[in-house]
Design a protein around this ligand. Structure first.
Ligand SMILES: O=C(O)/C=C/C(=O)CC(=O)CC(=O)O
Ligand SMILES: [Ca+2]
Ligand SMILES: [Mg+2]
Length: 440
């Protein structure tokens, strides 16, 4: 089941919220992403909101005004609380009804203009928190370019493992350390063993890296023991955020065999606060491109619809700003640019695979796509690839050089979608700041 184009995607729609039409806005009326917010510095309850232009529609306040009926009203009630789990649990019919009702209410000429205008909060006065209580977090490995590049560094003799083209590889991550942007976190300490050393030491990571990913928020779950067929997989996806899977490469290199990443990747994972809904992404679907000669996936991972339009074209960028650059007033410096459409496995395949053994997903679970490197060198989505394992430093506009992250570095991910006949929509930003390690 794939979200299809409808009146909410019409590029001709105009909102009475003027900032929704400013050039370059991430949040035109065709987007309408969901988040959880309150006024900054207040003790107000957290509640759901929808971004439009530079404003937030306060969904708790709107719910009290009872503007909608039926499924839209039920979905609005579910979105008024301190997490979006209840909304995510409802499924595409409810999500679509609420999106349509909000789109109509925000259009020029709407009879609900005054009622909705009374519920607007400027984004500049708000703080955002995690959109959902994340029960479980899984991180996949869907870029074959990343898998090949990093595999070459970790396993020179065997870069791309033979299972890669058959099975969507992933690992179970840790939801307790997923936080919303902007996140400041301490450089992790861990066991590190230099190649020539006889024994490891406990020390702050010196190879702290980023991973530019997307996060998929699960909607309705499946009962334990009941796989989700690929044809229904997308009905279980609520929406998409930017995700930075901060990674300590020196800790990782020593600990990861044979069970995979553990403490190298569970000290901080930053996501952007606005969840761009699955339905808002309908104009930006793309075919799944696989090199000729690659094996066809097993049938539970394959469908005509998935081959034709299972991928998503989302443009992604990483920018770095050091403490020195901030002091000099220099803007963040783009270091990589890529696109989600290069992924080897689609979101529907990830859902079908994750549940094929009967594993249950629950509303608010988070699936990381994996590092989204593209085929070209400047499309590498982690520093370990961009700098060839730390051998080719990047030059920053401040004159500094970087292999891995230094204390005080701030990394910002951005993402957006553009297509002919559609209005550009964006994801906002996902920013994290590296603080010095604790003393150990
Ligand atoms: O190939 C490896 O051993 C390690 C790979 C990663 O560090 C990447 C990982 O977390 C999955 C991903 O982001 O693609
Ligand atoms: Ca990752
Ligand atoms: Mg992580």
């Amino acid at each position: 089941m794939m979200a299809t184009l409808n009146e909410t995607h019409d590029p001709a729609l105009r909102s009475w919220v003027e900032s929704a039409h400013r050039a370059g806005t991430d949040f035109p009326i065709q987007n309408l992403p969901f988040g959880v917010f309150r006024r900054a510095g207040s003790q107000e309850p957290w509640r759901g909101g929808v971004a439009i232009g530079d404003q937030i529609v306060d969904l708790a306040a709107l719910h009290r005004a009872h503007p909608f009926d039926g499924a839209a009203a039920e979905a609005l009630a579910a979105a008024a609380g301190p997490t979006l789990n209840a909304l995510m649990a409802l499924g595409p019919a409810h999500w679509g009804a609420l999106r349509l009702a909000l789109s109509r209410a925000l259009r020029q000429g709407s009879a609900l203009e005054a009622a909705v205008a009374a519920c607007l909060v400027p984004q500049a006065t708000a703080e955002l928190t995690l959109p959902a209580r994340i029960g479980d977090y899984t991180d996949f490995y869907t870029s074959i370019h990343h898998a090949t590049n990093i595999g070459r560094l970790f396993r020179p003799d065997n870069p791309l493992l033979p299972n890669y083209k058959w099975v969507p590889i992933g690992y179970h991550g840790r939801s307790s350390s997923v936080a919303v942007s902007p996140q400041a976190f301490r450089r992790p300490c861990g066991q590190i063993k230099a190649p020539e050393a006889a024994a490891p030491v406990l020390a702050p990571s010196r190879r702290l890296d980023i991973e530019l990913e997307l996060g998929l928020f699960v909607g309705p779950g499946n009962a334990l023991g009941e796989p989700i067929p690929i044809a229904q997989a997308e009905a279980h996806l609520f929406g998409v955020v930017l995700l930075n899977d901060w990674s300590a490469r020196d800790i990782q290199a020593w600990e990861y065999q044979p069970l995979g990443p553990f403490l190298a990747k569970n000290f901080a994972t930053t996501i952007s606060p606005w969840v761009v809904t699955w339905e808002a992404l309908a104009p930006f679907r793309a075919p799944l491109e696989r090199p000729a000669g690659d094996p066809s996936p097993l049938s539970y991972l394959d469908s005509e619809a998935n081959r034709r339009a299972g991928a998503l074209a989302i443009e992604l960028e990483v920018a770095l700003r050091s403490a020195h650059m901030r002091a000099q007033g220099l803007p963040a410096h783009p270091i990589a640019r890529t696109n989600y459409r290069y992924a080897y496995w689609t979101p529907a395949q990830l859902v079908a695979h994750h549940t094929v053994n009967g594993c249950s997903l629950q509303p608010g679970d988070l699936l990381g796509t994996g590092t989204l490197s593209g085929p070209a060198r400047e499309q590498a989505a982690a520093l370990i690839e961009l700098t060839e394992g730390g051998k080719r430093p990047l030059e920053l506009p401040s004159g500094e050089r970087r292999t891995f992250l230094e204390d005080g570095d701030e990394v910002t991910l951005t993402g957006w979608c553009e297509a002919p006949g559609a209005v550009r929509i964006g994801f906002g930003t996902c920013t994290g700041l590296v603080l010095p390690a604790p003393t150990v």
